[in-house]
Design a protein around this ligand. Structure first.
Ligand SMILES: Cc1ncc(CNC=O)c(N)n1
Length: 224
């Protein structure tokens, strides 16, 4: 059949950049959740910083929505991205409840430099000079790192403490997995038709995102 053995761009990239991808999705912080050895002060630090990140992620996703509306060849993309926006609305409410459960005062969390750097990078992708293909590919990458990381904490044989399971479910559940898979299909569909220049930029963005994600997990250790 035509096209059955054509390489899918995102799969090619994840194979090529496997070590850094594993660095982002199998980070010691995640492995610590999975084996129950995680330091709860690290978890609380991550929670406060991630709340700040997610608030900054909303305008990035809104920019992806705007680009889809202007540039996409498939109306269904809007529905998928809008679903992502709706999920972020729930997520922000969840962070507030979760933070009060752990005694984390979200209003007084000071964003760390690593967090600000990551937010600034995503903000740079909201520029009109960045096309829809690059934006949707970046969106897929950010979501997928969390999906793969937290799903790992729920796999058979994991010893995730009961009080952390809800957090893992938030991103590790099958519905979120399906959603990431849909984002991946959109990204691959666009990459297939994109110019070499756009494909090259999208790959560099992926590498930047993976590096920012590793740094973000590192931040939980409080050594920065
Ligand atoms: C640092 C980081 N990366 C990805 C996600 C997942 N996307 C939205 O929630 C997240 N919450 N935080």
């Amino acid at each position: 059949m035509e096209g059955t053995d054509r390489a899918v761009m995102t799969d090619t990239w994840l194979k090529k950049h496997r070590l850094i991808y594993l660095g982002a999705t199998r980070h010691p912080f995640i492995l610590g959740i999975r084996d129950g050895s995680v330091d709860l002060s690290s978890f609380k630090r991550w929670l406060g910083q991630d709340y700040i990140f997610v608030r900054a992620f909303v305008p990035f996703v809104a920019s992806v929505l705007l680009k889809a509306w202007k540039e996409s060849d498939d109306n269904a993309d809007i529905d998928v991205i809008l679903g992502g926006v709706a999920a972020l609305n729930d997520e922000i409410a969840w962070f507030k409840t979760e933070a009060s459960k752990w005694g984390v005062a979200l209003e007084s969390v000071v964003p760390q430099q690593i967090n600000l750097n990551y937010c600034r990078f995503l903000e740079s992708l909201t520029s009109p000079d960045v096309d829809y293909t690059q934006a949707i590919t970046a969106f897929w990458a950010v979501e997928t790192v969390y999906q793969e990381s937290f799903a790992h904490c729920l796999e058979e044989g994991s010893k995730t403490p009961e009080e952390l399971k809800q957090t893992c479910h938030r991103w590790g559940n099958d519905g979120f997995g399906q959603y990431c898979h849909t984002l991946k299909s959109i990204a691959d569909r666009r990459l297939e038709k994109a110019s070499k220049e756009v494909v090259a930029k999208a790959e560099l963005n992926l590498l930047s995102i993976l590096e920012h994600e590793v740094e973000f997990w590192n931040m939980s250790h409080g050594a920065v």
